[in-house]
Each structure stands twice: as structure tokens, then as C-alpha cells.
Ligand binder design. Structure first.
Ligand SMILES: [Zn+2]
Length: 155
């Protein structure tokens, strides 16, 4: 299993958009069945991932809560009628949809996580079920950075 990361690049990238004080739609899909949901968001929040389980250490809000202050959003596939949320009839055919044959929307939980920063560094998540080095990227240690105090800096 891989962590599904889906970003509607066109919609997320601010290039060429006027940054007015209004929301803009960003699309995500359910990692279980692929149901595509559109979320109207204010301002700019960087998305980290969409996963079928919550990331350890992240605090999630429901779509009808004030999620701009949360660290992520907890969706129930097809089940929220929050004003900022639109369940489209589109079903993604991405490779990382777990059950492409599932009736969609499927009513299962999934989680959109925003990028978090601590001490000016992006906080990495530690997936509970398939913790492997993904792509072997980065020189950082295999432990998550959010366990224990920050080590001494190397100056
Ligand atoms: Zn679903």
C-alpha cells in the first residue's frame, strides 16, 4: 500500500491567479473508492497527503468546522453536506485507489493532511501500517522528527 497523494496542481498553484479574499476549489479523491470531492478553501494551505487513516500527531477537523485552523480534514466519503464541499460524480481512476470496484461514494473515512511545520522544518508523518522508506529520499534519519526533544543543532 502506498500513501496516496493527490493534488489538483492546476487548482492549487497560485500562478496566474488573483489572490482575492475568496475561496477556490481544490479536488481530492477518496483513497478507498476514488470518489472525487471538491473543497472550497480560503487562502493557501499546503496539502501533504490524502490517506485512509489519520496521520499520527495530526489534528483533524470535520469539513463543516473551521478547518483552516486545523491540521487536516476528516472526510466521510460522500457524507458531508458542508457548504464548502462538493461531492462530484467523478470517480478517479488513479492507480492508488484501493478498491476501484467499490460502490462510490463508499461512506468510509479518509483524511486530508496539511503540511505542518515545527521549528521551521516540515514535519514528516509516520504511517503506522506501512512504514518503509518511500523512495529513499532525503538524508534525514529514519525516525520521525516529532519524537522527543530536538537534537542539538550542528553549527
Ligand atoms: Zn470513497
Amino acid at each position: 500500500m502506498r500513501t496516496g497523494v493527490f493534488r489538483s496542481a492546476e487548482a492549487v498553484k497560485p500562478d496566474g491567479f488573483y489572490f482575492l479574499d475568496m475561496g477556490y476549489p481544490v479536488s481530492y479523491y477518496c483513497p478507498h473508492c476514488g470518489a472525487v470531492v471538491e473543497l472550497e478553501r480560503d487562502g493557501y494551505l499546503a496539502d501533504k497527503s490524502v490517506t485512509p487513516y489519520p496521520l499520527e500527531g495530526w489534528v483533524y477537523a470535520d469539513p463543516d468546522e473551521d478547518f483552516e485552523d486545523a491540521e487536516g480534514i476528516h472526510f466521510v466519503c460522500g457524507e458531508s453536506d458542508a457548504p464548502d464541499l462538493t461531492w462530484t460524480d467523478v470517480v478517479s481512476e488513479a492507480d492508488d485507489v484501493e478498491n476501484p470496484g467499490l460502490a462510490s461514494p463508499c461512506g468510509r473515512d479518509f483524511y486530508l493532511s496539511f503540511v505542518k511545520y515545527e521549528h521551521g522544518r516540515e514535519v514528516e508523518s509516520v504511517p503506522e501500517s506501512d512504514y518503509v522508506v518511500i523512495g529513499g529520499q532525503g538524508p534525514s534519519s529514519p525516525r520521525g522528527p516529532d519524537t522527543g526533544p530536538r537534537g542539538p543543532g550542528r553549527f
